[in-house]
Design a protein around this ligand. Structure first.
Ligand code: NAP
Length: 261
């Protein structure tokens, strides 16, 4: 099968031909239709999980995808993360533990749209639910993958959303969702603007401020329903064919990048 992979930690991604994976007991073999790109994928290639989990090389990144279970033909989407690290969704086929956060892929949902939902959508949903009764929320990094969903979900929940992009000033609010800070001083400076504050990069000495997404089939199904009902717009900025996807980490910009197989 064709895949996009890195030969070593920190190496450039390249198109490679690899053996089709074989499902072990308790796993599904999935033929992917689409995979989405998350910042976590780049962090993994750069060695974030080095020493804490087994890796295989060439390392195929990617946790999110939509596809069809071989044999049964069941269409699913969700998070495909599992060990060893390096057997991810930037590939034509992937194996996934059956107990992962996976949900049925509705017939009328574009697989590329479904593939863009899992990590960013579930993170946004869970973050907004963590805000409780807060009436106003600052969202730093509002144009990104998580931010684009969080802005919509928070507004739908009746909150006053103050989106913050690069260079924008912060103002006081009831709550802060910081998706952009990469160091503790930056998050602590932002957290002064709101009594309830969360970051997604484990930057705080207060564990309650360090948000970690916990995926579920139920959340995926809710996100799919919201998209189908027209209540959630999925911000796909780029659709890239697998064979041309070696450059997906370059660029950036708003919204989500999706690799189409
Ligand atoms: N802990 C968890 O469970 C969890 C789950 C999901 C994501 N995450 C993490 O959360 C972060 C955000 O994820 P994502 O998918 O939304 O990433 P993303 O799509 O790259 O979005 C990040 C956004 O932040 C903006 N930004 C960067 N620096 C900024 C600054 N100084 N001020 C204002 N905005 C700034 C970026 O704008 P530009 O385009 O201008 O750079 C971009 O719009 C990543 O670090 C990711 O790894 C953690």
């Amino acid at each position: 099968m064709w895949a996009i992979a890195a030969a070593d930690y920190g190496a450039e991604l390249e198109l490679v031909e690899l053996p089709e994976p074989v499902a072990r007991p308790g796993e599904l073999l999935v033929r992917l239709f689409a995979a989405s790109v998350n910042p976590f994928d780049r962090k993994v290639v750069n060695g974030m999980l080095r020493g804490s989990a087994p890796h295989v090389f060439p390392l195929v990144p990617g946790t999110d995808g939509a596809g069809e279970v071989t044999g049964s033909g069941e269409r699913i989407f969700g998070t495909f993360f599992h060990h060893p690290v390096g057997t991810g969704t930037y590939a034509e086929y992937v194996t996934v533990p059956a107990e992962n956060a996976l949900a049925p892929l509705p017939e009328d949902l574009d697989p590329a749209v479904a593939a863009a939902l899992p990590t960013a959508g579930m993170t946004a949903l869970q973050l907004v639910e963590s805000l409780g009764a807060a009436e106003s929320v600052l969202i730093v990094g509002a144009n990104g993958g998580v931010g684009s969903f969080a802005v919509q979900i928070a507004r739908a929940a009746g909150k006053r959303v103050i989106p913050v992009g690069r260079g924008d000033s912060l103002v006081e609010a009831d709550a802060l969702i910081d998706l952009a800070s990469t160091d503790r001083p930056s998050f602590e400076a932002n957290a002064r603007y709101a009594p309830l504050a969360f970051n997604t990069n484990y930057l705080s000495s207060d564990p309650a401020q360090n948000f970690g997404m916990k995926g579920s089939r139920e959340m995926l199904a809710r996100l799919a329903s919201m998209v189908q009902a027209g209540d959630l717009e999925v911000p796909i900025a780029r659709r890239v064919p697998l064979r041309g996807a070696a450059g997906v980490f370059a660029g950036g910009g708003p919204g989500k990048t999706v690799i189409v197989m």
